[in-house]
Write a protein that binds this ligand. Structure first.
Ligand code: NAD
Length: 804
């Protein structure tokens, strides 16, 4: 196996990108040292800076990471794991680093100076990579000593690096192919990113195509007289793109940053047939001159004033209300299948439709003309746009899905009619009789004049279902493998004939009787002839909890009492999962709330992607967890107390668990979810979402092969009535101080009743069934409470919690 053991990474430059890249490396457990210039600080007497203060720039950046939103770190306290360094004192630390990522300011001369400075200190095998957005990687490599050149390349992260999936890797003519392969494997599996290889051309792939697309959108918006709010509504979710649309995306990126990327296009692409369309829009210059740089300076194309969103009005220079939306008819057209959608947009006389057809046409035109120069194949362009700009499909995919030949004719006709942004004709390969660029054999490469298959690097064997492209013949995970059982909400299947996979297919994977049936079936089948069960679904959610709406008919007829057997069925099923004779592994990604969290904690093991958000949120709808969640909290407290000290006070271990449930806390990452106690230290956090299934199956199989036995069913001690009284005293203070409502007090008291075991002596031994009976009783009583009903109805109707 081709191993590239990265013991430590050095990140050079603790600015916006460097600091956040370092933070993400900490998230994925890669040791990291973060460098910046020595701070020019003098102490009071004018003596040279003290050793500590020379790290001043880095220290400030690391502190800043704890406050940044969205958080670059899984938990803020992990900022302490970033080793701080400066170039004056700590260059010798570089010899421990297997990878050096340079992310200093975007100036060729500064970067070159730095490379010269660090070169003698580097480990002889270290890979050195620049995070530049716009400078030529080949030019940067030219000053490097011959020994470093083969190990130098570009590594282009997107902001914010924790959340953006795309990383572009760029070779120079002297980069050794094995080096890029090693780096791709590391960035994919250990860092958890989607790698696209880009050619060394200005702005690489995503920013080249993406920024050209934004400029085209701004231009066509002007041509068709559409305001920013309408354009953003049209070019956001409705068009299958990032919800921030176009102008708000520019605000988020920063208008100065955007201008910088545009300037790279202007400075380097004089021969590009699209050169005139790289002109900086007047309004962008005006806003930048006025200091309106977007979100970071509080105003840009949009400005938030109190609760209102205003938009810049170029005609008057004022900010005016931004409340206009796309026309209803256009929204309806955008829901149609691709072929019909494009046809209707093109034929409509509605300016919004004309605008949309124009920007799609410009996008197809641009991508086709530039493909040969910027990327090896169409696959790189489509993935770069999906992963770097948040589109649901790349330009080539949409074109292919809408009917390649027809769309090609339409684009050609517009070019001929002078409607396109450039007169450059579509390349000949577009018209060679093809039906698209993606096929089961690979994606089209105009520069190599053939279809190129996906990368065969061993790291991709860890992805059971890599992201599919239109036309690439991939089998959907919900049709793959051997099906063992299926109902309307769960598919039970196997990929390897060793481990059973249970995939919940219900909306938001809400838990219903059918879901319970499916999970039980999966366990039953596995217990007969497989090694274990993995609960995994291909989409970005584990489970949003119980399906309350589905309980409504029964509830209407019989009230809370009638729900009792339903709750018991869920509890029994989850006990069955916990005590199954084979290991059940929850493969988690996205939200795992309420009942979703309860499925996870009942499992023998959890394998979670970094972006997993777990919590018991039932109080939001006026309920308490009823599927064993509180029983889990009580049991864990007893286990932790026993592990620490035989006489330890269970209450001390209970407090956090109680608070997390009573306040409906949800982890903002897998790491924080573990801190809340919903994942254990022995659980696995997987950096790359696409490796989740592979890792979970591997874990289940390994547990079985290691002789898995279910845990003993045993009694455990609870904290009892005194602990409950203490909690209630504190709750009463919060209620009387106006921090929580009377109903919150009531619900929290019921939670306290379950987790302490209720009216029993401290240290009383209980069973899980005993606590679950308490959960059930309180859950159903709450259902009959009018304030809980108000909360449930509010949530079902508006999706927002009602505070009462
Ligand atoms: P930044 O301005 O936030 O940080 C730059 C850092 O470089 C600062 O910490 C500064 O102290 C340091 N620095 C400045 N001059 C230096 C010198 N002469 N020697 C050593 N260090 C020096 O910049 P950023 O936005 O983090 O960008 C860093 C790199 O990442 C750039 O190459 C940029 O093109 C690229 N990039 C930026 C983004 C983005 O969205 N900001 C995205 C992808 C890539």
């Amino acid at each position: 196996m081709n191993r590239f053991p990265v013991r430590k990474v050095a990140v050079l430059g603790a600015g916006v990108m460097g600091a956040q890249i370092a933070a993400h490396l900490v998230n994925v457990k890669v040791p990291v040292v973060l460098f910046d210039l020595p701070a020019q600080v003098q102490d009071g007497a004018g003596a040279p800076a003290s050793a500590a203060s020379k790290n001043g720039i880095v220290t400030k950046a690391v502190d800043g990471l704890k406050k940044l939103k969205p958080s670059p770190l899984g938990v803020p306290e992990d900022a302490a794991l970033i080793q701080q360094a400066n170039y004056d004192e700590h260059l010798d630390l570089l010899k421990e680093c297997d990878l050096v990522i340079e992310a200093i300011a975007e100036r060729m001369d500064w970067k070159l100076d730095l490379y010269k400075k660090i070169a003698p200190a580097l480990a002889p095998h270290a890979i050195v990579a620049s995070n530049t957005s716009g400078l030529s990687i080949t030019k940067l490599s030219e000053v490097l000593p011959e020994t470093i050149k083969p190990r130098f390349c570009g590594i282009h992260f997107f902001n914010p690096p924790r959340y953006m999936y795309l990383v572009e890797l760029i070779s120079t003519p002297t980069t050794q192919p094995e080096v890029i392969d090693q780096l791709e494997a590391f960035v994919t599996s250990a860092v958890g990113k989607g790698v696209v290889r880009a050619k060394d051309t200005p702005n690489f792939v995503a920013n080249r195509v993406g920024i050209a697309g934004m400029l085209a959108t701004m231009k066509e918006a002007q041509t068709f007289g559409l305001s920013y709010d309408v354009v953003d509504d049209l070019t956001g979710k409705k068009l299958g793109r990032a919800s921030s649309g176009t102008f708000r995306t520019a605000d988020v990126v920063g208008l100065d940053t955007m201008a910088h990327v545009i300037k790279t296009l202007q400075d380097n692409l004089a021969d590009d047939p699209f050169f005139p369309s790289y002109a900086t829009p007047d309004v962008l210059t005006r806003l930048i001159d006025a200091g309106a740089l977007g979100q970071k300076s509080g105003a840009g194309f949009f400005k938030k004033v109190g609760r209102d969103i205003l938009r810049f009005d170029a005609a008057t220079g004022d900010y005016v209300p931004a409340d206009k939306k796309a026309d209803e008819i256009i929204a309806r057209i955008l829901k149609k299948a691709p072929a019909e959608r494009l046809k209707l947009l093109r034929e409509s006389t509605n300016p919004q439709a004309q605008f949309l057809w124009a920007i799609l046409r410009d996008g197809f035109h641009y991508a086709a003309v530039h493909l040969a120069d910027i990327a090896e194949s169409a696959r790189e362009v489509d993935f770069a746009m999906r992963w770097g700009f948040g589109t649901s499909q790349g330009p080539f995919e949409l074109w292919q899905a809408a009917g390649w030949k027809q769309v090609a004719e339409w684009v050609k006709a517009d070019i001929d009619a002078g409607k396109a942004l450039s007169k450059a004709p579509l390349p000949a390969w577009v018209f060679d009789g093809r039906d698209g660029v993606h096929t089961p054999d690979g994606s089209w490469s105009p520069s190599q004049n053939k279809y190129i298959a996906r990368s065969k690097l061993p790291v991709y064997q860890r992805q059971c279902f890599p992201e599919a492209l239109v036309g690439d013949g991939s089998v959907s995970p919900l049709q793959a493998g051997t099906e063992l059982f299926k109902n309307d909400e769960v598919r039970v299947w196997t990929l390897d004939n060793e481990v059973v996979i249970a995939s919940i297919t219900a909306k938001l994977h809400l838990i219903s009787p059918l879901v319970i049936e499916g999970l039980l079936k999966a366990v039953e089948i596995a217990e007969q002839s497989y090694k274990g069960v993995v609960i995994w679904s291909p989409d970005d959610v584990f489970s949003a909890g119980a399906n309350l709406e589905a309980l409504m008919p029964v509830f209407m007829k019989t009230g809370g009492k009638g729900i009792l057997p339903e709750v018991k069925r869920l509890q029994d099923a989850l006990l069955h999962v916990r005590y199954a004779t084979v290991p059940v592994v929850a493969a988690m990604r996205g939200i795992a709330l309420g009942g979703g969290c309860e499925i996870a904690v009942a499992s023998a093991k959890r394998v979670a992607s970094m972006e997993t958000y777990v919590g018991l949120v039932e109080v939001g709808v006026g309920l308490i967890p009823g599927g064993g969640g509180l029983t889990y909290i009580a049991r864990r407290a007893a286990e932790m107390a026993a592990a620490g000290n035989a006489n330890a006070d269970i209450f001390a271990f209970l407090k956090d668990g109680f608070t997390n449930a009573a306040m409906a806390k949800v982890g903002t990452s897998a790491i924080e979810s573990r801190k809340l106690g919903y994942l254990l230290d022995s659980d696995t956090i997987v950096p790359n979402k696409d490796e989740l299934l592979h890792v979970a199956i591997t874990e289940a199989r390994a547990m079985f092969d290691a002789g898995y036995r279910a845990p003993h069913k045993k009694l455990f001690p609870v904290a009892g009535r005194n602990a409950k009284a203490t909690i209630q005293g504190q709750l009463a203070n919060m209620r009387d101080g106006g921090f929580i409502s009377a109903h919150d007090y009531h619900i929290s008291s019921l939670i306290a009743d379950v987790v302490t075991g209720g009216d029993v002596d401290a240290g009383s031994m209980v069973t899980e069934e005993y606590l679950m009976a308490l959960e059930r009783k309180h859950f159903c009583a709450l259902l009959d409470h009018p304030k809980t009903q108000e909360r449930i109805m509010g949530m079902l109707q508006t999706g927002k919690p009602v505070r009462n």
